[in-house]
Every structure is written in C-alpha cells, then in structure tokens.
Design a protein around this ligand. Structure first.
Ligand code: HEC
Length: 202
C-alpha cells in the first residue's frame, strides 16, 4: 500500500542510488583523467590548442602612450571625415556632439571645464594621450562593429577628431610617427597618486 512513509522510503532509496551513481562517476572520471594525463594529453576534455602567431597578433592590439604598438598606415582629417560620417555620426552626431539617449559620448569641446562645477569630459578636454584614441577606436569602435576599421581608417578618423578638437591642423597626416607627437590639452592634468599602495606593505 502507498503510504507517506513508503513514499519517503522510496525517495530515500532513489537518492541513495543517485548518490552511489555520482560517486561511481567521480571515481571513473578520476581514473580516466589520470590515464589521459599520463598519456601526454592536455586534459580530460580535449579542449585547447596552442595559439598560433596569427591568433596572438590579432589580439595583440594595445597601443602604449608613447606610440609603441601603432601599426603601419596613415590618414588625414579629410579622409577621416568620410570615415566618421559613415561609421560614427549615427551615434556620436554629425558634429561630434554625442547622444545622451544612446550613451555615445560627446567627443570634443569642454576644454577648461574640468575644474568647474559642470565638467564636460571629452577626448579634447580630458584625454592625456592622443595614442589612446587609436587604441580605443581600434579595439572598441564602432560600438556595433568593433575591430572592423582598417589601420588607415582608424588613423584617418583619429586625425579628424583631433582636427575638430582644434588640436591638429587640417592637413596633418596621422601615422605611427606623428600621432605620439600630438600633445593633448589635458596632458598635465593628471598627477601621480602619492598615497601608499599595497606594494609598500609587502
Ligand atoms: C552604435 C553606436 C556607436 C557608434 C556607431 C560609434 N560609437 Fe563610439 N561610443 C558609443 C558608446 C555607447 C560609447 C560609450 C562606451 C562606453 O562608455 O563603454 C562610445 C564611446 C566612444 C569614445 C570614448 C569617448 C570618451 O570620452 O570616453 C570614442 C573616442 C568613440 N566612441 C569614438 C567613436 C568613433 C571614432 C566611431 C566611428 C568609427 C564610433 N565611436 C562609433 C557608441 C557608438
């Protein structure tokens, strides 16, 4: 007869069976992974292959403040205007004014506003290194298609933004040599943080 206590006993029995199966499974897995490792395989699941030089190069795209890592290529503000209107203006606006609704930052203006009660943080007013523009746009923009621009297109759109920010002249070509030479307006606005950090306690 099916009573509550019989039901409880059945459930307990089923749980014990499950427990036994789980333990047996663990033992089997342990034994198997040991055998695979011993045979020279990388692991029990067969995941992972050594990254090729090309795969590493595709991810090794960081650009240092001094320009280290900048690729070959070049672009002018005039070329960059076309790149900008096609790939960036839909979000950042035809005049680089940004869009609050889309969360796309205003890119120019705000110079001298950082220490006021209404600071306007833009590439022009805030960023200390021009090379960061290449790094950021190259890896993260356009927001909907990051990594889709060629090196020439990134140099060109960087040149265009710097020209619209009145940081470089209209005819200036940006490349791996000229971009690190650009001095950003807020270059000296950052100070070393003198508070002790964790390294002092080691
Ligand atoms: C689909 C919308 C979209 C498009 C297209 C787009 N952006 Fe952006 N952009 C954003 C958003 C959103 C952010 C803010 C991202 C964040 O804060 O993580 C941003 C941030 C940026 C910033 C950082 C600004 C700052 O002060 O931090 C730069 C520079 C930038 N975009 C440049 C570009 C350029 C150049 C293009 C064209 C090649 C482009 N974006 C295309 C949406 C877009």
């Amino acid at each position: 007869m099916w009573t509550p206590s019989a039901k409880l006993a059945a459930v307990q029995g089923a749980l014990m069976l499950l427990g036994a199966a789980a333990v047996a499974g663990l033992v089997a897995m342990g034994g198997r992974s040991g055998a695979i490792a011993g045979d020279g395989y990388q692991g029990p699941y067969g995941f992972g292959t050594p990254a090729s030089e090309a795969e590493i190069a595709a991810m090794d795209i960081d650009i240092m403040p001094d320009g280290h890592g900048l690729p070959p290529g070049s672009g002018t503000p005039a070329e960059g205007e076309a790149v900008y209107q096609r790939n960036c203006a839909p979000c950042h606006g035809a005049n680089l004014e940004g869009s609050a609704i889309l969360g796309a930052d205003r890119l120019i203006g705000g110079r001298g506003s950082l220490a006021t009660v209404e600071p306007i943080k833009t590439v022009e007013s805030y960023w200390p290194y021009a090379t960061t523009l290449y790094d950021y746009i190259g890896r993260a923009m356009p927001f909907n298609l990051p990594g889709s621009l060629s090196a020439d297109e990134v140099y060109a759109v960087v040149a265009y933004i710097l020209m619209r920010a009145n940081i470089v002249e209209a005819g200036t070509e940006m490349n791996a040599q000229s971009l690190p030479q650009v001095r950003m307006p807020n270059r000296d606005g950052f100070i070393p943080d003198s508070r002790p950090d964790v390294f002092d306690y080691n």
